[in-house]
Design a protein around this ligand. Structure first.
Ligand code: THG
Length: 370
């Protein structure tokens, strides 16, 4: 494949030099920024993540800061999830939808104060939408993208490594909660969250002069724990059923289709954008839904253009948008949108991969991994 041309628009991160020194093998582009995806090779990274601890440069999970007296009003306008009981230092996985209920993003929102939220976005330009809404609704808020560069610490040894760098207090942070902890005398926001199912934290670093000292401290303290750089791992995130915006879901999909109905409170979220469209869908149910697929045969290649899923009679049954061979399950696994007639668990279908048509079985997400 040709190379990507690097320029200012394709933003690097304060950790990029450290990753280059570590020999990072592949990046993707996410929110106009580099996101490391392969450090050694995808399978090596996968086994290591599930056994040890990794430090991830997820700076590309950009923060959209909403600050001001109408901050909560604006965030509630943007999501069908009910935020009325949100507490300070609580994180929320929130669908953001347009006027027809189509997914615009699936960020993690953090309530830092009554008048201050961070929206930790997936790969789409949420700041522009937020600014447009705030302007149109005359909401009294300031909307910015502060220079926050998240370092993820993921894997079963995350608590031990984080305790060494931030102190024992880090262990008391509950899932999807955050706290201000000290590093080199500076207060830094740390939450128990992250884009893997192996457990871990996200460090919301605001002062980029601390980026390399923080990276170096994690590697110095983690030397005896086999710490390595890492990144969102394709195989692990498919096993875990973590969806990728732009891949597994787009503006064409509602949160119900994405299996995110549990994060929609259409009764409570009065006045939120797309509420009427979602009310209808909440009553009638979606026409397709995201599912796991077990794809038979030799390891499949990577999935770029969606792979059509068909029934035995040749009818359209959906599409697969992410796929990989799982070493722990010893089969190919995929994530796809499957139409109502074929979405039952155990349904047999065909998947048209670039390596030929394969038999596949529809299953639940996440996958059950031994
Ligand atoms: N962390 C932060 N920002 C992010 C991501 C992240 N922004 C981009 C992207 N990831 C957004 N997508 C997701 C998808 C899933 C989850 C978080 C962000 C996630 N899901 C939990 C799960 O499926 O187990 C459920 C969360 C819940 O129960 O509330 O964590 O990773 N900062």
């Amino acid at each position: 494949m040709a190379q990507l041309s690097i320029s200012r628009r394709l933003r690097g991160t304060p950790y990029t030099n450290r990753l280059e020194a570590a020999g990072v093998k592949a990046y993707t582009v996410y929110n106009h920024m580099l996101l490391p995806t392969v450090i050694d090779d995808v399978e090596f990274d996968y086994h290591h993540l599930k056994k040890h601890v990794q430090v991830w440069d997820v700076s590309c999970e950009r923060q959209i800061e909403v600050r001001g007296p109408d901050a909560e009003k604006l965030v509630q306008l943007m999501t069908p999830r009910d935020l009325s009981k949100a507490q300070i230092d609580q994180c929320f996985y929130i669908p953001i939808v347009d006027e027809s209920g189509g997914m615009l993003n699936d960020p993690v929102a953090i309530k830092l104060a009554d008048d201050r939220f961070w929206i930790s976005i997936a790969d789409s330009d949420v700041m522009l939408w937020a600014k447009g809404l705030a302007y149109g609704f005359r909401h009294e808020v300031a909307i910015t993208e502060p220079d926050v560069n998240i370092l993820g610490v993921q894997g079963p040894k995350s608590d031990d490594l984080m305790a060494r760098v931030f102190g024992e207090q880090v262990r008391t942070i509950r899932f999807f909660r955050g706290a201000w902890l000290y590093f080199e005398g500076q207060s830094i926001y740390v939450a128990r969250s992250g884009y893997s199912k192996q457990g871990g934290f996200e460090i919301y670093l605001e002062d980029r002069t601390l980026a390399e000292p923080l990276w170096d401290a994690l590697f110095a303290e983690g030397a005896g724990m086999q710490v390595r750089p890492g990144g969102p791992n394709l195989i692990e995130r498919i096993e875990g059923g973590l969806l990728s915006y732009g891949n597994d879901m787009t503006r064409e999909n509602t949160p119900f289709e994405c299996g995110l109905g549990r994060f929609c409170d259409v009764e409570a979220s009065i006045g939120s954008v797309g509420r009427n469209a979602l009310m209808r869908e909440a009553q009638n149910g979606p026409v397709r839904v995201v599912r796991g697929l077990n794809i038979e045969g030799e390891p499949v290649p990577g999935c770029r253009d969606p792979w059509p899923v068909t029934a035995d009679n040749g009818e359209w049954a959906g599409q697969v948008t992410s796929a990989a061979f799982s070493p722990d399950l010893q089969t190919n696994i995929g994530i796809g949108m499957i139409e109502r007639d074929y979405w039952q668990i155990g349904q047999s279908v065909w998947v048209e991969t670039p390596a030929g048509a394969r038999r596949a079985t529809v299953g639940d997400l996440p996958f059950t991994v031994p």
